[in-house]
Design a protein around this ligand. Structure first.
Ligand SMILES: [Zn+2]
Length: 315
C-alpha cells in the first residue's frame, strides 16, 4: 500500500459496494453453543445451550449468536493469513493482542497515535496511518476505534419453509478431565446440552466495501466449514460442531459503476483482481447470485485470495 494514501475501501464514510451472503446452516453433528457452566444448573443440565425467546408465541429456541460466528471467522482468518505469511503480521483482535496495541509508528503505539490524530481533527491522517500499519484482519473484522466491515446476524432455527421452530436438544453426560494432568476431577460429571444433528439455522452476514481478496479469505472459511475442517461451537474435539452451508445466495449492490457487461465484483485496489460472474437475476437493484453462480463467485474469490497471498506473502 502506498505510504500515506489509504485505499477508499478502508474508509467507513464512503459506500463502494455491499455484499450480503444468505443461506442456511445445517447441523451434521451435535451443535453446542452455550455460555459455559450455568450458575444455576437445572435437573437436566449444568451446561445449557444459549436460547432466545420469541415473545409472540413464547417459543424459546437455541440460537447461534452472530458474535460466535464472527469470532470463529476471525480466528480461522488469522490462522490462514498467518500460515500464508501475510504482512503486516495478523493479530487476533483480542483486547491485549490487537494492532492498536502491538504496532508502533515512529516509536508511538498505533492506537495512541490514531487517537491523538482524531483528537486533533486530522481524520485523513488518522485513517491513512491505520491503513498503512494495521493488519488485514483489523481492516476486515475491526479493531478498537475501527468498526468491523463484516456484520454477522444471529442464526435462528427454522423449518424447511423458513419459519422459526423449536429444534430437538439432548443432554450428554461426560466425565470432566483435568486438561493439564489428564486426571479425572474427583469423579466430576458434566451434563452438556446440545442441538441434535439435522437442524437448520438461518445464515446471514453483510460485508461493507471489502476488496475481492478479503472476500476470498472469507470464502476460504466457508469452504473449510463445508469440508468439516472447521466446526462451530464447543466440544469440537468430541465430535461436535460440523455444519454445512446450504442454499447460499450472494447479493451485491454496487455504489460505483462497474466496467464490462458480465457483472461481478470489480477490483478495489492495486492488489485486487476482478471476479466476473454473470448474476442469476437482478432484484431491487441487487445482483443476485444463486446455486452454481454463487459457487462460481465464491470459487473466483478464493482464487483472488490465493493470488494475493502468493504476491504479498512470504511464499
Ligand atoms: Zn490487526
Amino acid at each position: 500500500m502506498s505510504a500515506g494514501v489509504a485505499h477508499n475501501w478502508v474508509y467507513h464514510s464512503v459506500m463502494i459496494r455491499h455484499v450480503k451472503l444468505e443461506g442456511r446452516i445445517r447441523t451434521l453433528e451435535p451443535l453446542r453453543v452455550g455460555m459455559g457452566r450455568s450458575e444455576q444448573p437445572s435437573a437436566v443440565t449444568d451446561m445449557p445451550v444459549i436460547r432466545i425467546k420469541e415473545l409472540s408465541r413464547g417459543l424459546e429456541v437455541p440460537y447461534i449468536p452472530g458474535s460466535s460466528l464472527k469470532g470463529l471467522f476471525r480466528s480461522a482468518a488469522q490462522s490462514l493469513a498467518r500460515a500464508a505469511g501475510v504482512r503486516p503480521e495478523p493479530c487476533s483482535g483480542l483486547s491485549k493482542d490487537n494492532c492498536m496495541v502491538l504496532k508502533r509508528v515512529d516509536g508511538e503505539q498505533l492506537g495512541n497515535l490514531v487517537d491523538r490524530l482524531l483528537r486533533m481533527g486530522e481524520f485523513q491522517r488518522a485513517i491513512n496511518t491505520f491503513a498503512d500499519s494495521a493488519c488485514l484482519l483489523c481492516k476486515i473484522f475491526g479493531s478498537p476505534t475501527y468498526k468491523s466491515k463484516v456484520s454477522f446476524i444471529d442464526s435462528y432455527p427454522i423449518d424447511d419453509g423458513g419459519q422459526l421452530v423449536s429444534v430437538p436438544v439432548s443432554v450428554k453426560t461426560g466425565i470432566a478431565i483435568d486438561r493439564s494432568t489428564g486426571a479425572v476431577f474427583g469423579g466430576a460429571l458434566y451434563r452438556v446440552e446440545f442441538v441434535e444433528p439435522g437442524a437448520l439455522f438461518t445464515l446471514s452476514f453483510t460485508i461493507h466495501n471489502l476488496p475481492n481478496y478479503a472476500l476470498g479469505l472469507l470464502s476460504e472459511i466457508v469452504e473449510l466449514l463445508n469440508e468439516g475442517l472447521l466446526r462451530v461451537g464447543g466440544f469440537k474435539s468430541r465430535g461436535f460442531g460440523r455444519v454445512k452451508f446450504e442454499k447460499v445466495d450472494i447479493k451485491v449492490r454496487h455504489h460505483l459503476p462497474i466496467s464490462g457487461s458480465e457483472e461481478g465484483l470489480n477490483a478495489l485496489d492495486s492488489y485486487d483482481v476482478p471476479v466476473m460472474v454473470k448474476r442469476s437475476e437482478v432484484c431491487d437493484g441487487l445482483l443476485v447470485y444463486s446455486g452454481s453462480e454463487a459457487e462460481s463467485l465464491l470459487k473466483g474469490l478464493r482464487e483472488v485470495w490465493r493470488r494475493y497471498v502468493s504476491s504479498t506473502g512470504k511464499s
